[in-house]
Design a protein around this ligand. Structure first.
Ligand code: AMP
Ligand code: DBH
Length: 516
C-alpha cells in the first residue's frame, strides 16, 4: 500500500505533526531505511517488536519500517507501565522495543531498561530521543542510528500476521490479537469508503494512535490508503487538537465520548479556533450518550458518525447518509456484508429481535483466536468459531445495533477498558484486604468509573481509598486502571448455591450500585 502510494503520488503530503512534514516518497524512503536497520539488527520476518510511542510522526515510519522488515509491531499504549508491559513482553516473546525517551515527563527509556531485565528475549532498545536533548541510557540505540541504505526486503505474504494488538481488559496472560495484512487492510479499505475518505482528506490522530480505533477506523491507515494526509496531535485536549485542526486543515477525526464532550463544550463557549475544515467526527470506544450525540453536529459543524468496534475485528458504523434517528441513537451496523452477527442469551440461543442479548460475531476480518492463549480462546469463542464480544446489545428492525452494556468483567472508563480481574489480583496482595471485587459504576462524565468492594483483612482497620490508589499506582499500571471509588463491606452477597463465581458477584454488586 505504501509502496504503491509512493509511486503514484510521491509528492502528496503523507504525515504531519508539529515538527515533521513528509511526502509519501519521504515516508517510504524513511521506512525503508529503518527496515534495513531492523534487518541489520537481526530483526526479521515474524519477530515481535514492542512499540510504545506517543502521537508523533516517527510512529508512522516505525510502523512501516517494521512491516517492510516483516517484523510484527506489538502495539502498546504510552500509558502502559511495567505491570502491563512485562507480561506483554513475555507473552509476545518480543526481541526489541521501540519507545521514546520522555513523554509527559515520564521516562520511557528507563521503563524499557526495566523490561529488558525481566523479559529474556528483549535484546534491542531503540529510542526516539527528546528534541535537542542528548543522553540516552547506556545500551540503547537512537532511532536514527538504525538508518541504513535500503536493501532488498524479505517476502511477506498478505495472509501473514502483520502485528499484535492488545485487547482492552486482559488478565494473566495478556490477550494479544493477531491481525493479518489482508484482513486488516480489508477493514481499513471498507472503513475509508464508509467514512468518505479521499486524497483530499486529512485525518487527525488525537486519541493514542496505537489504539485500533485511530489506527484503522478509518484512522491513519485509512487516510494513507486513500492517499490523504495523516496529522498527529500530541494530546487530545481541545487546545492542542483545535490548533492542529486549524493549522493542518483537518477534515476528519475520531474521539471517545468524554473527549467529544470536552470539544463540544469548548466549541460552544469559544469561537477562537477555525474548525471549518472539519467535516466528520467519529465517536466510539464507549457508548455515546444521545444527548451528547445531538450537540456534536451543531457545536463542531460536523457530521457525527458513530463507530462501535473492537481490536478483535468487527467494526460497525452509522453511515454518513443515515437519518438522524439512526446517527444520533444507534452504534450503526457491521461495515461488511460478510460480517455475521447474532444476539444470543447466556446459553447461546438467539433472543427475539429487539431484545437485549449478547453479541457474537464471525467474519472476514474478525480473529478466530488470540495469540498463543488457549485458555482465552476456550472462553472467548464458541465451538463453531464465533467471537463472544461480551457486549450486551439490541438489534433494531432496521439492522442497527444499540449497545446497552457489557458482561460485568470489564469497566469501560471513557473508552479505556479495565479488566476487573486484573485489578482484583493486585488488590489481593494488599495486606489490609481479604477479598476485592471491581465493578463499573455509572458516571456522568466518563460513562463508567471503577468501584472496588473490599472485605477488610481486619475489620477494625479497613483500607482507605487513598491507600488503595497509591498501592495500585505503585504496582506500575496504567493510570486509568487505578480504582476511583471504594466500598468496604462486611460480606459479599450470596449469588447462588455452591461456588460463587466472581462474575455473578460482580453482576450482583454492580446492580446494587446502579440502583442506589
Ligand atoms: P477492545 O476489545 O479493547 O478493542 O474494546 C472493544 C470494546 O469497546 C467493545 O467490545 C465494546 O465493549 C466497547 N465499544 C467500542 N465502541 C463502542 C461504542 N460505540 N459504544 C459502546 N461500546 C463500545
Ligand atoms: O473500542 C475499540 O476498541 C474501538 C472503537 C471504535 C475499535 O477497536 C474500533 C473503533 O476499531
Amino acid at each position: 500500500m505504501l509502496t504503491a502510494r509512493a509511486t503514484t503520488s510521491p509528492d502528496a503530503i503523507a504525515v504531519l505533526d508539529d515538527r515533521h512534514r513528509w511526502t509519501y516518497a519521504e515516508l517510504d524512503a524513511r521506512a525503508r531505511s529503518l527496515a534495513a536497520g531492523f534487518i541489520d539488527f537481526g530483526i526479521g520476518p515474524g519477530d515481535r517488536v514492542l512499540v510504545q510511542l506517543p502521537n508523533i510522526a516517527e510512529f508512522v515510519e516505525v510502523l512501516f519500517g517494521l512491516f517492510y522488515a516483516g517484523a510484527l509491531p506489538v502495539f502498546c499504549l504510552p500509558a502502559h507501565r511495567q505491570s502491563e508491559l512485562i507480561p506483554i513482553a513475555k507473552a509476545s516473546g518480543a526481541v526489541a522495543m521501540v519507545t521514546c525517551h520522555h513523554h509527559q515527563t515520564f521516562n520511557h527509556a528507563t521503563l524499557a531498561a526495566i523490561l529488558r531485565d525481566h523479559a529474556p528475549d528483549l535484546r534491542h532498545l531503540i529510542i526516539v530521543p527528546d528534541r535537542g536533548k542528548p543522553g540516552l541510557p547506556g545500551g540503547t540505540h537512537a532511532l536514527d542510528a538504525l538508518r541504513r541504505v535500503p536493501k532488498e526486503l524479505p517476502a511477506v505474504a498478505a495472509s501473514d500476521v502483520a502485528f499484535l494488538q492488545l485487547s482492552g481488559g486482559s488478565t494473566g496472560t495478556p490477550k494479544l490479537i493477531p491481525r493479518t495484512h489482508d484482513d486488516y487492510l480489508y477493514s481499513v479499505r471498507r472503513s475509508a469508503e464508509l467514512c468518505g475518505l479521499d486524497s483530499n482528506s486529512v485525518y487527525l490522530a488525537a486519541l493514542p494512535v496505537a489504539h485500533n480505533f485511530p489506527m484503522s477506523s478509518p484512522g491513519i491507515l485509512g487516510a494513507l490508503w486513500a492517499g490523504g494526509t495523516v496529522a498527529l496531535a500530541i494530546d487530545p485536549s481541545p487546545t492542542t487538537a483545535f490548533t492542529a485542526i486549524q493549522q493542518f486543515k483537518v477534515t476528519i477525526t475520531g474521539l471517545v465520548p468524554p473527549l467529544a464532550r470536552l470539544w463540544v463544550e469548548r466549541a460552544e463557549n469559544s469561537k477562537a479556533y477555525d474548525l471549518s475544515s472539519l467535516r466528520v467526527l467519529l465517536v466510539g470506544g464507549a457508548r455515546c450518550p444521545d444527548e451528547l450525540a445531538r450537540r456534536i453536529g451543531p457545536a463542531l459543524g460536523v457530521q457525527l458518525q458513530q463507530v462501535f468496534g473492537m481490536a478483535e475485528g468487527l467494526v460497525c458504523y452509522t453511515r454518513l447518509d443515515d437519518p438522524d434517528d439512526v446517527t444520533l441513537a444507534t452504534q450503526g451496523r457491521p461495515m461488511s456484508p460478510h460480517d455475521r452477527i447474532a444476539v444470543v442469551d447466556e446459553n447461546g440461543d438467539p433472543v427475539p429481535p429487539g431484545v437485549d442479548g449478547l453479541l457474537i460475531t464471525k467474519g472476514p476480518y474478525t480473529i478466530r483466536g488470540y495469540y498463543r492463549n488457549p485458555e482465552a480462546n476456550a472462553s472467548s469463542f464458541t465451538e463453531d468459531g464465533w467471537y463472544r464480544t461480551g457486549d450486551v446489545v439490541a438489534l433494531r428492525p432496521d439492522g442497527n445495533l444499540v449497545v446497552k452494556g457489557r458482561l460485568g468483567d470489564r469497566v469501560n472508563r471513557g473508552g479505556e477498558k479495565i479488566s476487573a480481574e486484573e485489578i482484583e489480583a493486585h488488590l489481593l496482595d494488599h495486606p489490609l484486604i481479604r477479598d476485592a471485587i471491581v465493578v463499573a459504576v455509572p458516571d456522568e462524565h466518563l460513562g463508567e468509573r471503577s468501584c472496588v468492594f473490599v472485605l477488610a483483612a481486619d475489620p477494625t482497620t479497613p483500607p482507605a481509598l487513598g491507600q488503595i490508589r497509591k498501592f495500585v499506582r505503585e504496582r506500575g499500571v496504567a493510570t486509568w486502571k487505578i480504582p476511583d471509588l471504594l466500598e468496604v463491606v462486611d460480606s459479599f452477597p450470596e449469588t447462588g448455591v455452591g461456588k460463587i463465581s466472581r462474575r455473578s458477584l460482580r453482576a450482583e454488586l454492580s446492580a446494587r450500585v446502579s440502583q442506589s
